[in-house]
Design a protein around this ligand. Structure first.
Ligand code: S3P
Length: 453
């Protein structure tokens, strides 16, 4: 155990030993609010005129960092006793210079999206984060946002801490994304709100469009055009004011993913997860698990605050191997660690293609996912950016100690693996689960996991 690493709140590491679950998972549950939508709801409401009421906001540490940052920029943000939040926005161009360094904790989404807002406001700010975030690449936003006229000073390699002198007269950008990244796309769109003229972003592969959806929800005119090559071009005119609009945040499909995979793998399980966001640019995992033979049914499909939402009924299923095409990666980019657990339990050899972006997540998830499997006796191989997982047909040996490297999704994936492995699995640190999924263990225990957490 590495005592030197602490959680974003400074708490000591919390290791966990996970043993095989003895009885089926059953019941009806809800997962916490969508992380991507929660960040955007706080940022856009702070830029809007008027008061926005948010229900279902994820109260994970990543989102709380965004809330603190928007407060430091002058928004008045309250949490109410019923768990809802209100944000009194400052209005576009009206943010105040933060008096201190903005701490983004573990959250790449906070850091990258906020860079777009800060670049287009004429003030000086400094941003930092925890050891994981300070390792992650920021050049992907610094390079395009510098064209607005903003100036950036970072550590070597474009790493945080980052000082930003926002532009007095931000220029509108025209940019084609070199990597599929909703964070980069969003940073550019957000910078364009306070710029003169038309901002145009082209993405070769569609990525989650929560920023576009929520901008529309806040009254911003934005056009989205599909290209003949399967990409998208998004355009918006700068200077449009945002109008406060209440937001209902659906459950996070990336959090539901862990409950879905656990319910598919633990024999005899049947679990309903209510109120899950089902935006098609997020649901690649559920499509993939169905291709593997997973029984996942969508009930009560509806639209809530511009986002498709529904309930998922999941029944334990015998899974077979799958070949996941690279084009699907952006719709399930955060789900490969837990998909790898499903593939390890399935029959046959699975291949996940085009996973280069996994190397720059909260950990190097390409390496940490391989280590998660190998240390528990599951064979893997690598060909370029493809990961190959040799399924065990329900016989994952387990018995390994998993290094989670400050990565919440690694810790949750390791827990799911331990729940179905033959020998108990040690997870070196579970504290980072609070960045996205507070109450993860309590939820699993309510549906019958019997974990000692
Ligand atoms: C996110 C985009 C994705 C994802 C992250 C959240 C967002 O990152 O991995 O967890 O909210 O826009 P990239 O844009 O780096 O792919």
């Amino acid at each position: 155990m590495k005592q030197s690493e602490t959680s974003p709140s400074g708490a000591a590491v919390r290791p966990l030993r996970v043993s095989r679950v003895q009885s089926p998972l059953t019941g009806t549950t809800v997962v916490p609010g969508d992380k991507s939508i929660s960040h955007r709801s706080l940022m856009l409401s702070a830029l809007a005129k008027g008061t926005t009421h948010i229900t279902g906001l994820l109260e994970g540490e990543d989102v709380l960092c965004t809330a603190d940052a928007m407060r430091a920029l002058g928004a008045v943000i309250h949490r109410h006793a019923d768990g809802s939040w209100t944000v009194e926005g400052r209005g576009l161009g009206q943010l105040q210079e933060p008096a201190d360094v903005l701490n983004m904790g573990n959250s790449g989404t906070s850091a990258r999206l906020l860079s777009g807002i800060l670049a287009s406001h004429n003030m000086m700010s400094v941003m930092t984060g925890d050891a994981s975030l300070r390792r992650r690449p920021m050049k992907r936003v610094i390079i395009p946002l510098s064209e607005t006229g903003a100036r950036f000073m970072s550590r070597e390699g474009g790493r945080l801490p980052l000082a930003i002198q926002g532009s007095a007269e931000p220029k509108a950008l025209e940019y084609r994304l070199p990597v599929a990244s909703a964070q980069v796309k969003s940073a550019i769109l957000l910078s364009g709100l306070n710029a003169k003229g038309e901002t145009r972003v082209e993405e070769p592969v569609p990525t989650r469009d929560h920023t576009e959806n929520m901008l529309k929800h806040f009254g911003v005119q934005i056009s989205v055009e599909e290209t003949s090559a399967g990409g998208r071009i998004i355009r918006l005119q700068g200077g449009q004011s945002l109008k406060a609009a209440d937001v209902i945040v659906p459950g996070d499909p990336s959090s539901a993913a862990f409950i879905v995979v656990a319910s598919l793998l633990v024999a005899g399980s049947e679990v309903v997860i209510e109120n899950v966001g089902l935006n098609v640019l997020r649901t690649g995992l559920f499509d993939t698990l169905r291709e593997m033979g997973g029984q996942i049914e969508v009930l009560n499909q509806r639209i809530e605050a511009g986002e498709p939402t529904g309930d998922l009924r999941v029944k334990a299923s015998a899974l077979r191997a799958v070949d996941v095409p690279a084009e699907r990666a952006s719709s399930m980019i955060d789900e490969y660690p837990v998909l790898s657990v499903a593939a390890a339990y399935a029959e046959g050899v699975s291949r996940f293609r085009g996973l280069g972006e996994l190397r720059v997540k909260e950990s190097d998830r390409f390496a940490s996912t391989i280590a998660l499997l190998e240390v528990n006796g599951v064979r893997t191989s690598v060909e370029g950016d493809d990961l190959i997982v040799h399924g065990t047909k329900g016989a994952i040996p387990g018995g390994g100690c998993v290094g989670t490297h400050m990565d919440h999704r690694l810790a949750m994936s390791a827990t799911v693996l331990g729940m179905v492995a033959d020998q108990p699995v040690e997870v070196d640190d579970t504290t980072f689960i609070n960045t996205s999924f507070p109450g993860f263990f309590e939820l699993l225990n309510r549906i019958g996991a019997g974990l000692a957490a």
